[in-house]
Design a protein around this ligand. Structure first.
Ligand code: SF4
Length: 222
């Protein structure tokens, strides 16, 4: 995109693309993302307050639950941070039966390593700009994929490799835009002769662009 002079600053995607690694990567690239967090994200146990400065939690009884270590979750293969109290802290606590696991003597839990990135992503999604971006995504990008899948039969791509798949998607996008554009100009044509001139002119222009795009993709048009 940079090669063609287009500046990429914002990225909009649905929950399926939510992950701490993705948020961190996009931030490192200087891109502002608007991706809602997936449903399983939790910034810590309910009623526990996070102290960012000291990287520890305060439990409902006001005890400090300190950070212990960073580890890799063997199921999800994601980086996590472990926090754990001591058995001395939790001994005799009136909330122990609800707060601790059955045989546990201390509170132990883990939180994604990318908690801060998640929190920033949530703030962006809930901002005025975030709500605007969501509407844009739902009204522009998503209906295109829906139409391509449901009405134009693009349920799968029968090519090998990302490059070929990219070409298929470009072609599908061009076909979609042409169909939509032709429908639009037919509808808005005001008078026969005038509109015919407009149609031919615009279609010719469009086909000019179309051929150019195809030749760039190393396709031959007869
Ligand atoms: S059991 Fe421990 S962590 Fe849980 S509320 Fe009581 S003191 Fe806090």
């Amino acid at each position: 995109m940079r090669k063609t002079g287009l500046l990429w600053e914002h990225l909009v995607a649905d929950t399926g693309y939510s992950s701490g690694e993705n948020y961190a990567f996009l931030e490192s690239q200087g891109l502002t993302s608007y991706i809602p967090p997936h449903g399983t994200y939790k910034g810590g146990p309910d009623d526990f307050i996070y102290d960012k400065e000291n990287d520890h939690y305060l439990c409902p009884e006001g005890k400090i639950i300190p950070f212990k270590k960073v580890f890799l979750d063997y199921r999800t293969k994601t980086k996590k941070k472990e926090y754990r109290s001591s058995s001395r802290q939790c001994k005799g606590c009136p909330l122990a039966s609800q707060c601790l696991r059955k045989t546990a003597k201390e509170k132990k839990f883990s939180v994604t390593y990318y908690r801060e990135e998640y929190e920033r992503a949530i703030a962006r999604v809930n901002s005025k700009q975030g709500r605007y971006m969501k509407k844009k995504r739902q009204s522009t990008v998503e209906p295109v994929f829906g139409t391509l899948k449901e009405y134009m039969g693009l349920r799968k791509i029968n090519t090998l490799g990302i490059k070929q798949a990219n070409k298929v998607m470009h072609m599908a996008g061009i076909a979609y835009n042409l169909k939509k554009y032709l429908k639009f100009i037919t509808k808005t044509a005001k008078s026969g002769a005038r509109s015919l001139g407009l149609v031919i002119f615009k279609v010719k222009t469009l086909f000019g662009n179309y051929s150019l795009i195809l030749s760039r993709a190393h396709f031959r048009v007869s």
